[in-house]
Design a protein around this ligand. Structure first.
Ligand SMILES: *[C@@H]1O[C@H](CO)[C@@H](O)[C@H](O)[C@H]1NC(C)=O
Length: 285
């Protein structure tokens, strides 16, 4: 009971924080799409669109080195087959780090796939895919990345779906030195996105539109070679998110999601890794 009460309080607090958060003009730049990306409603709403000529995208103004980053997204409704809405954090260069959410569209009524990946030092191949337990096109839902020195936790509406632990002591690289920007884009990927490329984009349904709101980052902002978290004593490095890890409830939730909604896990794909599964898959956690 106490736990449920606490969860409700936390949810309420999150809503307050999110609604007082910054606006899209302050936090993001539209980077491509020639007018197809729009910032609306006093900069409280951002929409991306895709038509036969082009998709569109945006990028954060800040670079982050650790953070708890929430975004509410409402995905392309109706027949979204062939479209991909990517929402991710990434640094630059061939040895970049990256934390990915990609939403693979589908025919009306068929389920989206939430595709996730983690790149460290330019190397990915760590895909996990999920169905969602709701229709992500009907309403906004919160997609979060908690990235701190101990782990990366992907969550959907506060439910953790995936954890990538810092196993640096076991020789597995972990993103901890390269600041990342937040990116999102909506584009056509009908060569692979829906049923492996079998279902193509129906351009008669264009333009396709995805919407964003309530961006909230509790994060260490990286600027001119220094972090906002190390520059002052009272800052984020002392905040709860910086040391947060999965508690017992979180571990149960992640198991529930992985049991009921996970449709692909690279850690189980022995055919793909005939020489042996990646090390992080075999280290006891
Ligand atoms: C689309 O729907 C089909 C049929 O239910 C399903 O097999 C597939 O995983 C769904 N998602 C994508 C992105 O292909």
């Amino acid at each position: 009971m106490v736990k449920i009460y606490a969860v409700v309080l936390v949810m309420f607090f999150n809503i307050l924080v999110a609604s007082s958060a910054g606006n899209f003009n302050q936090d993001f730049d539209i980077t491509w799409g020639d007018g197809r990306a729009k910032i609306l409603n006093n900069a409280q709403l951002l929409t991306l669109s895709l038509d036969k000529t082009s998709g569109s995208g945006f990028k954060s103004r800040n670079q982050y080195l650790f953070g708890k980053i929430d975004m509410q997204i409402k995905l392309v409704p109706g027949n979204s087959a062939g479209t991909v809405t990517a929402y991710y954090l990434s640094s630059l260069g061939s040895a970049h780090d990256e934390i990915d959410f990609e939403f693979l569209g589908n025919l009306s009524g068929d389920p989206y796939i939430l595709h996730t990946n983690v790149f460290t030092q330019g190397k990915g191949n760590r895909e996990q895919q999920f169905y969602l337990w709701f229709d992500p096109t009907k309403d906004f839902h919160t997609y979060s990345v908690l990235w701190n020195p101990q782990s990366i936790i992907f969550s959907v509406d506060g439910t953790p779906i995936r954890e990538f632990k810092n196993l640096g002591s076991r020789g597995i690289p972990f993103p901890k030195n390269q600041a990342m920007w937040i990116y999102s884009s909506l584009w056509n990927a009908d060569d692979w996105a829906t049923r492996g490329g079998l279902v193509k984009t129906d351009w008669s349904k264009a333009p396709f539109t995805a919407s964003y709101r309530n961006f909230n980052a509790q994060a260490c902002i990286w600027s001119s070679g220094s972090s906002s978290c190390s520059s002052s004593r009272s800052s984020s490095s002392k905040e709860a998110w910086f040391t947060q890890s999965l508690d017992a409830t979180g571990k149960e939730r992640i198991k529930w999601v992985q049991k009921n909604y996970m449709i692909y896990n690279y850690c189980k794909d022995t055919k793909r890794f005939p020489q042996g599964l990646p090390l992080e898959c075999t280290v006891a956690s």
